[in-house]
Structures are given as structure tokens and as C-alpha cells.
Design a protein around this ligand. Sequence first.
Ligand code: PMP
Length: 354
Amino acid sequence: MSKFLSPDYEKLVPYTPGIQLNYEVIKLNTNESPFPPSPKVKEAVDGNLIDRLRLYSDPEVMQLRQAIGEHFSLTAENVFVGNGSDDVLAFSIMGFCGRGGKMCCPDISYGFYPVYADIFGAELEEIPLEADFSIDADKFCNKGKTVVIANPNAPTGLALSQKDIEKIIASNPGNIVIIDEAYMDFCKSSCNALVSKYPNLIVCRTFSKSHSLAGMRVGYALAQKEIIDDLNKLKYSFNPYNMNSVAIAAASAAIKDDEYYGKNTDEIIRIREKTKIDLAEIGFSGTDSKSNFLFVTHNKIPAETLYNELFRKKILVRYFSKERINNYLRITIGSENQMEALINALKEIIKELS
Ligand code: PMP
């Protein structure tokens, strides 16, 4: 740390992203899609875009907001876009509970929520998950503070029902409820239809997972116009051109190709369910994940050992040293071949170490 860093940030503990290596590995650690983006994305990005790069991108991001709005039977006025949903979450937490505001989230969830609370000065209450890692919706009702919930949750993959989500939103009318649906396409129970009913709801989504555009960095919020106006006010006070032209073109093409992404998503769900069975056969148990990853523990070998052994075999999964989940691995659902390689590697490791 330099002597120049503001004392406000001295104690800040940054988020630790999953590692990205520059050599060939089977990469099952950051919940990316094993499938390429839609051919329509390639067309949109290849075209004449290069000539336009000398110009600033559209600060209103109208093309993409309109396309997303149409996709959800909403309008561009109901859509805010950001440089990844991390950007959208950051603006939301900054705007609706920063500087002494109050916020709550599950104690085991996306690791960025506490970091945002910290950097924006929100007072955070972390509400413990139940023993089976589920969220008790009642514990998030009538909170009198901003509520942030990932649905399905990460890294557990467990989802709350639409009924429970609505109960949480309805019981906190004086506060923003952020439902982070980064993985919702693999669960198919989105609460986006509640946007027109509840002025306190922000649904946060991303192109990084189901839409194979993690490297493009595009996320968005669906909410009522007043909320979107607030988010834009913050954006225009911070970085009006937060979306680059390539990302806008790519995501606008992607959101229109339901057929392609629908097929990919169904395939990942199919592989997920098969992998659950394959892992159970070699001694793993875990949550009933509704996401594009599994959260599993082995009946004999510690998760950290498995993580290291898989790493040696050039298979990357995610391990968290946090208490309560430090004997679990989070494994992204890859292609059928990748999952086969994973199961074979695990069989070898288990045989060697048993
Ligand atoms: N929310 C959750 C629950 C996540 O797991 C992630 C991915 N790390 C994000 C949001 C952020 O995704 P992105 O910034 O790539 O849109």
C-alpha cells in the first residue's frame, strides 16, 4: 500500500476473482459457458464496427436497452446496462444504500456483495443460510434495509421459489430489493414479470453465463423507470460511456437469438443433471443446484486436496476457504467431454488417495 491511498480504503478487502490462466486447461472455475456466442454475435461484431471505434459509444445505450426491453416485454426505460452485472450491482448498492445506508444479504453468497457494502459505506447484515444451505425467505422479510439476494444463490446453486421472492419484495416496500439473476436461465423461474408490479424491485442479470459473453462484460438491471433514471444519474456522474460499442453490438445481437441460447441452456441443464448422478456414484454429495455449476463435497477426500489434485491435472474448479463451505468444490458445468474428463480425473485421484 502506498502512503497516498485514502484512509477510507486502507482496510478494504477486494473481491478475489477465479483465476484465469494463459495456458490450456479444462476451465470449470468461473461459470462461463462451454459454448461459443451465437453466430449472430459474430456477424454483428465483424461488420463495419471497426470504423465506428474512433467515435464514442452511445451513452444512452439505446440499441441494447431497447432490445433487452423487448425481450422482457418491457421498454428501454426499464433497462439499465453496465460493464458486466458487477457494474450494475455496484451502481445499485452505491445508489440505494451507500454512505451509511443499511443492507443485508445471505452470509454465503456472491463474494462481491460485502465488498460493495464496504467500499460504498453501507452497514451490512449477513443473514446465515440454513444448515442445508437454503435461504429462509422469512428471514429476509420486513428488514427495513436494502436486500440483496442471488437467485439461484452462488455458490450453492439453490433457488428460492417465485412466491418466496415476491414475499420478500412485498414485505420491504420502503427499501430496494435486488434479485441477482446471474444464473436464472438455468433455473427458468425469473421474477422479471414482477418489475411492473413493484417499484422497489431491481432484477440484475448478465450476458456472462447463459449468453457466452463473459469476456464482453455486459450486465443489466430491469426495474421501474424511476429506479433506472436514478442508476443513469449515477452512471452519468461516474462514467457515461461505461459500455463500449463492441459490447453493445454483441449483446444486442445475442439477446435476439433465443433459439440458439435456449438450446445451449437446455444442454447445460441436461449435462448438469447427468453430472450430479456421475458424481454421486463416486462418493460426492451436494445441493440440488439449479445453476450452471454444482456445489459438492466428497465423503472421504477433503475439498482442498481435490482442488489441488485437479489443478495438477489441469482441471480448474473453484474452492472457497470460507468456514462452513471449506469442504466443498464449486464445479462449473462444461461440455459433455469436459465433464467426462473431470469424472475420469476424479476417479483417478480418489483411487490414488483412498
Ligand atoms: N452475480 C453473481 C451471483 C455472480 O456469480 C457473478 C459472476 N461472478 C456476477 C453477478 C457478475 O457477473 P458479470 O459481472 O460477469 O456480469
